[in-house]
Design a protein around this ligand. Structure first.
Ligand SMILES: Nc1ncnc2c1ncn2[C@@H]1O[C@H](COP(=O)(O)OP(=O)(O)OP(=O)(O)O)[C@@H](O)[C@H]1O
Ligand SMILES: [Mg+2]
Length: 308
């Protein structure tokens, strides 16, 4: 059975002045999946997301969210959506609980539900002990969790997470991954942007990689890996001997990507890389199966976009 499509985008474009930030994006997000939107800084991810709930109006193309056009029905669309925006945008003068109650009023939640709902979500995000503290004194990780609480207040069907874990320590990141999986288990649909490839691998059922406003790859994390960077990767340091390593790898016909952090050499078997390591007499920094980060580097290039 074909699952329900919650977001349908066809050739969506957004122009700011004479700059085209989103250049013909087509994608579909199915009910119940965690869909990833990856891409370098400035790729157009946040702009695309903003068009889904009518904060930014698209310049052209077809877009429907819950079967509605967010350009004309932003209110109806927003009612079924919760957004963890890239910036926290919390009112720092209020306490945690006050801020959430205010927001519950803002989204027109019935008065008798507000306290119970806020407390349940503070508990869910492990923030109950901070309910009466001023937001000003929360750590970065706590503020991020509070933005999750805010996004979930209105029982959204679609949860949009724009870089939910950027700048957070590994423990908080792992806690949030658990919460995101809980949301998935409840049947919520999730749209996630992240710069952490491992996070996308852990959470996303399907994803697209965007670059300079366009979708350049689409699939499951595993299918992208098998298609673009199958096999194993050795990362060698960029020391004085690295040209020698590079030449030896090229002679063996291995794939090579170089960036400021090292030389990434890919071969179909781990034993081939071990034998290369032996030949060049340089210890690799890493020897591992390829992962999504290798796909990302290969497809988006090693240079930063000038407008990032
Ligand atoms: N309101 C605006 N006016 C002009 N240009 C804008 C506006 N909003 C975004 N842009 C430009 O559009 C491009 C895409 O920005 P966007 O914020 O969507 O990127 P992103 O993929 O979310 O990047 P990041 O990973 O850094 O968050 C950038 O070049 C940005 O400068
Ligand atoms: Mg962004």
């Amino acid at each position: 059975m074909q699952s329900e499509i919650l977001v349908h985008a066809r050739d969506v474009r957004k122009t700011f002045g004479d700059f085209e930030a989103v250049r013909g994006v087509s994608l579909e997000i199915r009910k119940g999946e965690c869909f990833g939107l990856l891409g370098p800084n400035g790729a157009g991810k946040s702009t695309f997301i903003s068009m889904l709930y009518g904060v930014v109006n698209r310049t052209s193309g077809e877009l429907s969210v819950f079967g509605q056009d967010p350009r004309t029905n932003a209110r109806a669309v927003k009612r079924r959506m919760g957004v963890v925006t890239q910036d926290n945008a919390l009112d720092e003068s209020l306490s945690v609980r006050e801020n959430m109650l205010l927001y519950a009023a803002f989204v027109a939640m019935p008065v008798d539900e507000r306290g119970r709902r806020v407390d349940a979500l503070l508990e869910f995000m492990s923030l109950a002990h901070k309910a009466h503290d001023s937001i000003r004194f929360l750590s970065g990780g706590m503020k991020r969790r509070l933005v999750f609480v805010r996004a979930l207040l209105g029982h959204p069907d679609l949860v949009i997470l724009d870089e939910p874990t950027t700048g957070l320590d590994p423990a908080v990141r792992h806690l949030l991954w658990g919460k995101i999986n809980d949301l998935k288990a409840e049947g919520k649909t999730i749209l996630l942007t992240t710069h952490y490839m491992h996070e996308a691998e852990v959470l996303c059922d399907r994803l697209v990689i965007m670059n300079q406003g366009q979708v350049i790859a689409e699939g499951t994390p595993e299918s992208l890996r098998l298609k673009h960077t199958p096999g194993y990767v050795a990362v060698f340091p960029k020391t004085h001997g690295h040209r020698h390593v590079q030449e030896a790898a090229e002679k063996r016909g291995f794939q090579l990507v170089e960036d400021s952090s090292g030389i990434y050499i890919r071969a179909s078997e781990l034993t081939e890389l071990l034998s290369l390591q032996e030949e060049v007499k340089v210890q690799a920094l890493q020897l591992r199966p390829s992962h999504l980060e290798d796909v990302f580097l290969k497809l988006t290039g090693k240079e930063l976009n000038a407008d990032a």
